[in-house]
Design a protein around this ligand. Structure first.
Ligand code: SAH
Ligand code: SF4
Ligand code: F3S
Length: 439
């Protein structure tokens, strides 16, 4: 009899990739993927807790499963990811949702197979949250779902302890994978037909800090030197560790995309200091200068937070000023969310919701207007797009250029996984539309 699995993923690319690893484990156990959770014999929730709404979202969806589980008693429900790893959260989950069969932490992913086999034989729920300083797994067999892109972890965890952020508490200390394993994984993926490799880490620039293995720019160089036509991306770069050497490596290698995600968070030095980001607005702008010097057409994207404790109107204006100065090609904008256990959660001067709302609206407006302006400049140009998918609703193929800009276009036959030249005919806000041009 066929058995099916369904995975719901919340949070960042790292979690998306982790879900591919979960899928690999489930496939090994003989399960097949299904689209609707109602058809699943095992439902996994891979959670996130970066902001309160991510947490609420997961809680809501797990709650909705109660009815289904009462009809389908043999169904296994498992909850993993960052949410479960917060102190006390596994018990809260168990209490609130007694029908959840397996609760596992971020450091227990490699034991999921064991838990499922055990659960198939016992009634009692399995709750295992390891408080680890750093497990590193080199033997994952992910079932990749994002062709033509493939994610590769290069580091796990984080040592930076930005005062607002929960990640160091739920992902443990930073540890780097061996470079020979990463390069071998990239090589195998390219030989397998993947056209884009994205290296993942909370702060890729500190890869191999304090070890005898190669640095991040050296790693990039080695992967870019592999045979085949492919794109190489990486995220995320912490500005404090962004180096001139890295800018030079991007400039010297065509396969490394001219697109860097460099989260600034705020343009105010007082806020940056309170956030424990370890750079000033001036330092950040210097790094941007260096990057632009070596890679003039680099698309720089960023993350921004408004409403951090004690953020004044002047602090917020400084953020707007910096955004204008850099001219980001796009930005993720967030309202500060208080995370229990972090340093900022204990700070006085939490900002009223109304004030944060006003600020985020103004920031989004500015960021969007910059993105629109940059999109408009594409019209009439021909760009190389890596086709990623087919949008059924629009009836169009879609893909990105090396700067990460999305373009939609028509094609008679499938070009998913191919590089195509697309002449841009219109810009509609963030995305573009165009026509394939034959050489
Ligand atoms: N390691 C990456 C970021 C990972 S989290 C880096 O340092 O750049 C992704 C983004 O979520 C962060 O850049 C930040 O902008 C946002 N974020 C993290 N914690 C947050 C919080 N408590 N409230 C609001 N946004 C937050
Ligand atoms: Fe969080 Fe800062 Fe680490 Fe990024 S660098 S994951 S924002 S603590
Ligand atoms: Fe990612 Fe969310 Fe965890 S952003 S690292 S899944 S808290």
């Amino acid at each position: 009899m066929e058995r099916f699995y369904h995975i719901t993923t919340y949070g960042c690319q790292m979690n998306v990739h982790e879900s591919e690893k979960i899928a690999g484990i489930l496939a090994e156990l003989g399960y097949k993927a299904c689209e609707n959770i109602e058809d699943a014999d095992i439902a996994v929730f891979n959670t996130c807790c970066i902001r309160e709404n991510a947490e609420n979202h997961a809680f809501g969806n797990i709650g909705m499963l109660k009815k289904l589980k009462s009809k389908k008693r043999d169904m296994i429900v498992a909850v993993g990811g960052c949410l479960t790893q917060q102190i006390g959260k596994a018990d809260i989950l168990h209490e609130k949702f007694p029908y959840v069969d397996i609760i596992f932490g971020t450091h227990n992913l490699n034991k999921l197979k064991e838990y499922i086999l055990k659960k198939q034989k016992q009634k009692k729920a399995i709750i295992e949250i390891e408080d680890s300083e750093g497990i590193i797994c080199e033997e994952d067999k992910p079932l990749r779902t994002s062709y033509p892109n493939a994610w590769i972890n290069i580091t796990y965890g984080c040592n930076n302890f930005c005062s607002y952020c929960i990640v160091p508490y739920v992902r443990g200390r930073e540890r780097s994978r061996r470079s020979e394993n990463i390069i071998a994984e990239a090589k195998a993926l390219i030989e397998d037909g993947y056209k884009e490799i994205t290296l993942l880490g909370q702060n890729v620039n500190s890869y191999n800090n304090g070890t005898d293995d190669i640095s991040f720019p050296e790693l990039l160089q080695k992967i870019a030197a592999l045979d085949g036509k492919f794109r190489l991306r990486f995220m995320t770069s912490h500005p404090k560790d962004f180096s001139e050497e890295l800018a030079k490596v991007i400039a010297a290698n065509d396969k490394i995309c001219n697109n860097v995600h460099l989260p600034v968070q705020s343009g105010s030095n007082a806020v940056l200091a309170a956030m424990n980001r370890k750079y000033t607005a001036e330092n950040y702008l210097q790094k941007v200068e260096i990057l632009k010097k070596y890679v003039p057409d680099c698309a720089i994207t960023t993350d921004l937070i408004v409403g951090f404790p004690n953020e004044t109107d002047e602090d917020f204006e400084a953020t707007l000023k910096l955004v204008k100065e850099v001219g980001f090609s796009s930005a993720f904008t967030f309202v500060y969310s208080r995370r229990n256990g972090t340093v900022a959660a204990k700070m006085d001067g939490q900002i009223p919701e109304e004030v944060s709302k006003q600020r985020i609206m103004r920031l989004v407006e500015l960021v969007n207007s910059q993105t629109r302006e940059q999109s408009a400049k594409y019209v009439g140009r021909t760009v190389e797009i890596l086709c990623e998918d087919f949008d059924k609703k629009k009836g169009l193929y879609l893909g990105r250029d090396e700067h990460g800009r999305m373009a939609y276009f028509e094609s008679q036959n499938s070009v998913i996984g191919e590089f195509v030249n697309v002449k841009i005919t219109a810009a509609n806000g963030v995305s573009l539309t165009g026509e394939i041009v034959k050489e």
